[in-house]
Design a protein around this ligand. Sequence first.
Ligand SMILES: *Cc1c(COP(=O)(O)O)cnc(C)c1O
Length: 461
Amino acid sequence: MRYISTRGSAPTLTFEEAMLTGLARDGGLYVPDTVPTLTASQIADMAGKSYEDVAFTVMRPFIGDTFTDEEFKRLIAQAYSGFGHAARAPLVQLDSNHYLLELFHGPTLAFKDFAMQLIGQMFQAALSRSGERITIVGATSGDTGSAAIEAFRGLEAVDVFIMYPHGRVSEVQRRQMTTPSESNVHALAVDGDFDDCQAAVKDMFNDFAFREEVKLAGVNSINWGRVLAQVVYYFTAAVSLGAPHREISFTVPTGNFGDIFAGYIAKQMGLPIADLVVATNRNDILHRTLQTGAYTKEGVEPTISPSMDIQVSSNFERALFDAYGRDGAAVGGQMDDLKQGGFQISQGAYQYLQDQFKSGRASEEETSAAITRYFRQHGELLCPHTAVGVHVAEAHLGHTPMVTLATAHPAKFPDAVKAASGVAAPLPPRMADLYDRSERLTRVANDLSAIQSLIKERIAH
Ligand SMILES: *Cc1c(COP(=O)(O)O)cnc(C)c1O
């Protein structure tokens, strides 16, 4: 299995190289050159198996000889051992034909743990073989940073620096980043907003001397290893509900298009998925694109579902690549136009995307109303991102079972949940002392060279 860039002009890589590299050198994203398929009987055999066993079957064809079977099984087992639910991704029934897939039983209470915990293990295993050390630098508006810190804390071959906008993440998110005590964890509170943090990361990757000196690596949502780990729970959920003998639909609260793209890969692998529904909040660039064929940037407006407040949805490029018949030059051209504010998708490519994805959006009022309604009528407390999903899913319910992905635990967004439901969602018992643990963080100015010096100084020890 080789990995190719969506812009067609970067070298092809192995799984290990693609995972450690992140962004391709031509600015594109890595995708497998062909998507392996599973037969209906292989899918049927997943019934009743553990999450870990299904994970091995689904991911094994993608990893080539990066890990032996034994090693890969061990990494998967370690990745999910810290989850607070034996099923890892349990299903809950909301209505006669509507289910919730709870993806928030990991250590930081959001679905990003599924991918981040596994790539933490895979990075450590690959690096300890080569004896290399790397420096992970990431920007976060909350969930990605806490998941990365939790996944890499204490790993020998890695230092992890996470920049977050000072004063602009929720208290739970901040504490998840600042309370781990391991010396390889560095939480940097930047005097700026999320875009400043993200711009600083991008500048560091473009500073090739620095990139080489500190052995910079990224774990943002474009990393293929992250997408791959997310394919697994589409299989466990669909098989629980009768796949491959019946079709299942999914609604996915979407920001960077990573999670829904994993569902698209599951479908390509042979999982009988009827609808894949993109659910956005009022930052609805993806919904508008799927409705009109025009991808045009607008300003980002803050919402109560902040992990979906984005303007440029990076993983969408992977879907575009397939929509354009895997023509990297065509994708590169569209991405150049994006710098000018947007692009029009060609008729054939637009038709392809419309065949693959449905979409909907939820306003702030609709999101809060969904939290209220599902608490009163179904006894379920939803996080605001999940509430966007169930609101959109309702418009797509039919004869096919619908699974909405519950992307975070309600306790991670206590203010919005309390305002809509009247109750405070308690933290799970295993992290009930989060508010008592001591915090450790470094305040930094929004100054690239100062941040770079700090990183160099820290990793020297
Ligand atoms: C990251 C995140 C999303 C969006 O996921 P994408 O893969 O970026 O589309 C949705 N909900 C929550 C809680 C998240 O943390």
